[in-house]
Design a protein around this ligand. Structure first.
Ligand SMILES: [Fe+2]
Length: 171
């Protein structure tokens, strides 16, 4: 069985005079995803969903993605505020029905796992022991299925110095 996942990142949705371009950009990107043939099993947006982490920005994000017809999952980045993210999207399909910013979604052919590497007031990422233990448990649960692990901060060196300086566990 073929699995296809569309990966988008860093829409940085915002409010005010500069609000138009990020919203239009994300809308356009989602339009291109919808035009893919075959269509992907799901879409993941791996953080910096919004720019300032404000509740108003998440409302605009919801306007852009609210009626998107394919499964779409959100990941928190360093510009996000997980609390405001959860207030807008907790319990919805955009977080796999979860009420936390790390969650998993069971697809028939794979497990999609979303981690929350956000550290308050820091650009760098971190995954604490409780979340890593949770990840171990999820990975052990369906070992016959591939798992796709999504997080905003690069978990391995990517060769771009300013991004490598933000890797989880390297603060
Ligand atoms: Fe970021």
């Amino acid at each position: 069985m073929t699995v296809a996942i569309a990966h988008l990142s860093d829409p940085h949705i915002t409010t005010g005079p500069l609000a138009g371009a990020p919203s239009e950009g994300l809308n356009r990107a989602l339009g291109r995803v919808l035009a893919l043939d075959p269509q992907p099993d799901c879409v993941v947006i791996t953080g910096d969903l919004v720019d300032q982490g404000s509740p108003q920005e998440y409302k605009i994000l919801r306007e852009v993605i609210g009626s998107f017809p394919l499964p779409l999952h959100l990941t928190a980045g360093n510009h996000d505020d997980p609390k405001a993210l959860l207030e807008e999207f907790g319990g919805t399909r955009f977080l796999g029905g979860a009420t936390g910013a790390h969650y998993k979604v069971d697809y028939p052919a794979f497990t999609l796992i979303v981690l929350d590497s956000k550290v308050p007031r820091s650009a760098g990422g971190h995954l604490g022991a409780p979340q890593l233990e949770w990840l171990d448990g999820v990975l052990a649960r369906r070992p016959q299925n591939p798992a796709i692990v999504c997080l905003h901060h690069p978990p391995i060196a990517v060769g771009i110095p300013f991004l490598d300086g933000m890797r989880p566990g390297r603060r």
